[in-house]
Design a protein around this ligand. Sequence first.
Ligand code: B16
Ligand code: MG
Length: 217
Amino acid sequence: MIKACIFDLDGVLVDTARYHFQSWKKLTAQLGFTIEDSIEERLKGVSRMDSLNIILDQGGYKATEDEKRILASQKNDWYLESITDMNHEEVLNGVQEFIENLKENGIKMAVGSASKNAKPIIEKVGIGNYFESIVDGNMVIKTKPDPEVFLKAASDLDVEPGEAIVFEDSYKGIEAANTGGFYSVGIGLESNLSNARLVIPNFIGHNFESITAALKS
Ligand code: B16
Ligand code: MG
């Protein structure tokens, strides 16, 4: 029996990916190289430092650990600047109706995100009241594909992984959900999320009943 839903943040509840990517592009421009748009998929759900390593690697840029800390912090400053005016309009289409339906069905809800900025973003877009727990990148040691972030959220909600659905937009996040023993639902393209138990393009037209029925079929 499904008692809870755990949501990734970026790419599932809100569209912050473009702000992350713009800030990374600004950083690489400063360092004197450009990154391909195709790299964006690889950065989904990946921690700030791991993302920086992927980007520097692509540009063939060697940096010391101290320089990396400065670069990651510079990127985060630009990112925070760009999300200053985020508001409810940036909640992805169909999300508000979906979480409202879960609430009506008595389903517990949590967020499990790699982002260290998850809490202020959720408050800014005005959906904080729906979630009993927000587990962010500051609260875990192991990053996705390790299931720690989702296991912590399930424990906060007092449910077993087998009683919860995880919604994720990244391959690594789906892997984390599967390893943790959760039902995994991918948000996006089947071709990027082939490891998910179910893939939907977005939440438009979905409710608790339609998702649980699709997971059982
Ligand atoms: P921050 P999610 C992830 O969020 C993003 O997908 C990823 O692109 C970003 O690098 C990561 O958060 C860390 O974010 O720099 O704000 O700590 O998809 O796990 O909600
Ligand atoms: Mg995501």
